[in-house]
Design a binder for this molecule. Structure first.
Ligand SMILES: Cc1ncc(COP(=O)(O)O)c(C=O)c1O
Length: 434
């Protein structure tokens, strides 16, 4: 079955097969009421936890169902190519979204895993240098750097032990010399602190575009200029921004970036993208999880072996696929194809403008009713966070009112509206807490 055709008659019944609302656009501005209809989750709750997991649109759900129907009823040779084309289109669309080229993009399974693989591949470059990051970078990424630093500092036998910590992909003790974690001041990163931390021995600066804690949006271009002026490279975890805030890897001077798709790309967990500037592929960032083909130049594999040839011929996978191992998730790619099309159709600037009207109101009104913001004023991201005076009571009130937010780090109430939220959702939240 062609993935772009209607599902077959024996398709599993599901709501996403119903006629769905198209995104309409009048004078370039999307109709966000129509967008709301594309997200059934908007009908069941005031869902403000998109920074944890974004719901699917009916379009992505339908695409996934088409694939599931096909695997259930029709899987077989003639039809792999259309699905492979969908898989590849997701890469092209992602490249377009971040102003990269498809040759800069590899499929990844997770932002954290991609960053970890990247560090593994940069061992030579990092050797003897320092890495600079900050405490609004994602906790699991900081863990990854910290545990490597600890392993490096230990005597060899113990260092080797650290390497076997479950879930840690560290496979060599030879790592960077020091790690500098810049601390935030009043929930933002002071450029001057980064300036003090970065020096001529800095090999990598690693940050998040948007903090998952309070939505703090990094001034990526300024940090990139700083890193590059010292000969360091810049990695940016873009998972909490891409799809919701503009990302232009060229204009922002980003060398490496990664994300998976289950947040602002409205897709699935366990599938995402790694961006590696193509001139750094294979040189600064070596592939560490080898993937390629091996052919045999001896009987019975070949009738007439070439006496001049080696018994085994290695064919590495080309370009950025050198960072991929085996098949990516087709479910992830097919869902991403649909959601990336959708996001590009809406336009990230329009998404930002829409969400800003909601976050601005929350920033204005929640402090006045006893919830001080820990997100800087004028911050341009879809995440706003407030200190809740009594987290348990706050969550109970919100649950009773059918409002979903995240309560993290004790009392930090994170609210992350998206394209389908509207002012009525915000009113429902404010009334529940008033
Ligand atoms: C900033 C940030 N980075 C990374 C992750 C984890 O993403 P992944 O599952 O793709 O590793 C999260 C998830 O909450 C996040 O907020």
């Amino acid at each position: 079955m062609n993935p772009h055709q209607a599902p077959p008659r024996h398709a599993i019944a599901h709501p996403a097969n119903e006629q769905t609302t198209a995104v309409t656009s009048t004078d370039g501005t999307p109709d966000f009421d129509a967008v709301r209809n594309d997200f059934p989750r908007a009908k069941t709750a005031a869902y403000f936890d998109n920074a944890s997991s974004h719901p699917f649109s009916v379009h992505s759900a339908a695409a996934l169902h088409r694939y599931i129907d096909w695997v259930t009823h029709e899987v077989g040779e003639p039809w792999w190519p259309p699905w492979a084309a969908s898989r590849d289109e997701s890469k092209h669309l992602f490249a377009k979204l971040i102003n990269a080229r498809p040759e800069d993009i590899a499929f990844a399974r997770s932002a954290v895993e991609a960053e970890s693989n990247l560090i593994n591949g940069m061992q030579e470059h990092l050797s003897g240098g320092n890495i600079v990051t900050h405490d609004l970078h994602y906790a699991a990424s900081l863990y990854n750097y910290k545990i490597r630093q600890q392993a490096s500092a230990l005597p060899c036998s113990e260092g080797a032990e650290m390497c076997t910590v479950p879930g840690n992909v560290l496979n060599t003790k030879h790592d960077f010399e020091s790690l500098r974690i810049v601390k935030h001041r009043d929930w933002q990163i002071d450029y001057r602190d980064m300036e003090r931390a970065i020096d001529k021995n800095t090999k990598l600066v690693s940050i998040t575009l948007v903090s998952n804690v309070n939505g703090y949006l990094s001034d990526v271009k300024a940090i990139s200029d700083l890193a590059h002026a010292h000969g360091a490279y810049l990695y940016v975890d873009i998972i909490q921004g891409v799809g919701a805030v503009p990302v232009d890897v060229q204009a922002m001077g980003i060398d490496f970036a990664a994300c998976s798709t289950f947040k602002w790309l409205m897709g699935v967990k366990g599938f995402g993208f790694l961006y590696v500037r193509s001139d750094l592929q294979g040189t600064v960032v070596k592939p560490t999880q080898h993937c390629g083909g091996l052919s045999f130049n001896y009987a019975p594999w070949v009738e007439k072996p070439d006496p001049a040839g080696a018994e085994f011929a290695f064919t590495p996978t080309p370009g950025p696929t050198c960072y991929e191992v085996s098949y990516p998730s087709y479910e992830g790619a097919i869902c991403a194809q649909e959601s990336l099309r959708y996001i590009l159709r809406l336009g990230v600037h329009n998404i930002r403008n829409h969400v800003r009207t909601l976050t601005d109101r929350l920033m204005d009104e929640l402090p006045a009713i006893g919830y001080p913001a820990i997100t800087p004023k004028g911050n341009e991201s879809p995440i706003v966070t407030f200190a809740a005076p009594d987290p348990a009571t706050t969550m109970a009130k919100l649950r009773n009112a059918g409002v979903h937010v995240a309560m993290r780090y004790g009392n930090k109430m994170r609210i992350s509206p998206s394209v389908f939220n509207n002012q009525e959702d915000v009113s429902r939240l404010l009334e529940a807490l008033a």
